[in-house]
Design a protein around this ligand. Structure first.
Ligand code: NAD
Length: 484
């Protein structure tokens, strides 16, 4: 694949953003170009002390930000939205360069990410309360909402912009100040967003960004600092469980957006063309590296062959390459280790009897790419169905008994999102109700929307982001019992 290192903007911020200042550290982190493994940029690596000074900066800014008028907070978020949209192309190229996803996906991510600022600018002025007479009649019950406090936000590499704004937007709307810790694979976008927010007028210390590596000791120290009152984490279930245990020591309020393992169920009465369109969206958005990615395709035997042929044709027509090239429709994965993981999962499926309808191997040009792959004749108990693939691989399972498919769908530890295709809306709604997942796409391959509550059940997490729920996650309820 053609390298893209030379196209990085020389004015990009590469240092920690603490208390409104860019702070350089002598230790650096290499940001790797997924197209050829070369070093794209070096960012300042924040040590534990630097991370704690970011927490101090957030703490120092908290009292003033908390008492800033909701309308003023809203205006800054609105301005951040406008500046992000104005910089959409620049940010999209940056995302593609550090993450690998194709430019069209990166542009869509910037629009989606900016929308969290717009949505939460509108929510900032809608923080509700309650006032009523106690049922016994003796006193009054007054309920208001207060910002939780300093929030630590930790985000993954797969949506470097959207996972940051989905947390910063509601935190600032609620009156919290934040320390954002992006994934060290993709820190450039987070730093660029901090610069945008600085231009939008965010006061010093309200938004801080640090990139420690390794993450573990720095995140632990911040959680133990006695100043962090909220942890909002998006990432793997494994790391989420570790952080929940650490947060428990100080009883820190947690929102956890963790892994997924989405079933994609196609009943015999489904509109096959629309199911294939939905499958492409649910599987291939972000090259398969999405927590919402369809991971297990259960297709009724009556339409299995037509669905498999149609999906294979669409997957085979995708072009793997450098995400910046206009002809590319699938970019490389973010790292060599992700590429190896996907290769191992496909090999394990083959060993368990699956057939390769298309793809089935890693790119051979030195990039971290993996060919878009369809696996057919996958058995219900194949190990690949228990893992989050996080790559462009669609395992297809044939089913006969529609009554059984609910238990197969629910038979995993995760419960983030599920997809179901049927023309019978009664059946679709009954199935959606019974699915153990926080979200369901009914005849639709995309559920994400800043105005909708995003989140999972079981090992997929705790709490919701987006919608009004996303704002409530950064607010405490204060109740005053009054008598006069
Ligand atoms: P990850 O868990 O490895 O990392 C997430 C964040 O945690 C990163 O910032 C990372 O640096 C940090 N981290 C890693 N180890 C840590 C430790 N020991 N202590 C403290 N921090 C640590 O996840 P990832 O590989 O970056 O992202 C992929 C995962 O994220 C997938 O499982 C995916 O499903 C999940 N994800 C979930 C959602 C959602 O909304 N539910 C959205 C996107 C991604």
């Amino acid at each position: 694949m053609k390298s893209n290192a030379q196209k990085l903007d020389a004015t990009l911020p590469l240092d920690s953003f603490i208390g409104g200042k860019w702070i350089s550290h002598s230790k650096k982190i290499d940001v790797t170009n997924p197209v050829d493994g070369s070093t794209l940029a070096q960012v300042s690596c924040a040590g534990v002390e630097d991370c704690l000074s970011a927490v101090d900066a957030a703490q120092n800014a908290f009292a003033s930000w908390k008492s800033t008028a909701p309308r003023a907070r809203a205006e800054i978020l609105r301005k951040s939205y406008e500046l992000m949209i104005a910089d959409q192309e620049k940010l999209a190229r940056l995302i593609t360069m550090e993450n690998g996803k194709v430019l069209s996906d990166a542009r869509a991510e910037v629009a989606y990410a900016a929308e969290f600022f717009r949505w939460f600018s509108e929510e900032a002025v809608r923080i509700d309360g309650d006032y009523r007479r106690a049922p016994g009649g003796a006193n009054w019950l007054m309920v208001s909402r207060q910002p939780v406090g300093v929030a630590l936000l930790a985000t993954p590499w797969n949506f470097p912009a959207a996972m940051a704004t989905r947390k910063i937007g509601p935190a600032l709307a609620a009156g919290c100040t934040v320390v954002l810790k992006p994934a060290s694979d993709t820190p450039l976008t987070a730093l660029a967003i901090a610069e945008i927010m600085h231009r939008a007028g965010v006061p010093d210390g309200v938004v801080n960004v640090v990139v420690p590596n390794p993450s573990g000791p720095a995140v632990s120290a911040m959680l133990k600092s006695d100043k962090v009152r909220k942890l909002s984490f998006t990432g793997s279930t494994q790391v989420g469980a570790v952080l929940l245990a650490q947060a428990a020591e100080k009883i820190i309020n947690c929102t956890m957006e963790l892994g997924g393992n989405a079933p994609f169920v196609v009943f015999d009465d489904a509109d096959i063309v629309s199911a294939i369109d939905g499958a492409m969206l649910a599987k291939m958005r972000n090259g398969g590296a999405a927590c919402t990615a369809a991971n297990r395709f259960f297709v009724h035997e009556k339409i299995y062959d037509a669905f498999a042929d149609g999906l294979t044709a669409r997957m085979s027509s995708l072009v793997l390459g450098n995400g910046l090239d206009a002809t590319t429709t699938v970019g490389p994965l973010v790292s060599k280790s992700q590429q190896q993981r996907v290769a191992e999962l496909v090999d394990s499926a083959k060993n368990a009897g699956a057939k390769i309808a298309c793809g089935g191997s890693a790119a051979t040009d030195g990039s971290f790419g993996y060919q878009p792959t369809v696996l057919t004749d996958v058995a219900f108990n194949a190990p690949i169905l228990n893992e989050e693939i996080f790559g462009p691989v669609a395992p297809l399972v044939r089913f006969k008994d529609s009554d059984d498919i609910l238990s197969h769908s629910n038979n995993v530890e995760h419960g983030l999102v599920s997809y179901v295709y049927t023309r019978d809306l009664g059946r679709g709604m009954r199935f959606a109700e019974a699915l153990e997942s926080g979200m369901v796409g009914l005849n639709r391959g995309l559920v994400s929307d800043p105005a909708a509550p995003f989140g999972g059940v079981k090992a997929s997490g705790l709490g919701r982001e987006g919608a009004h729920d996303g704002l409530l996650a950064f607010l405490e309820t204060k109740y005053v019992a009054g008598n006069w």
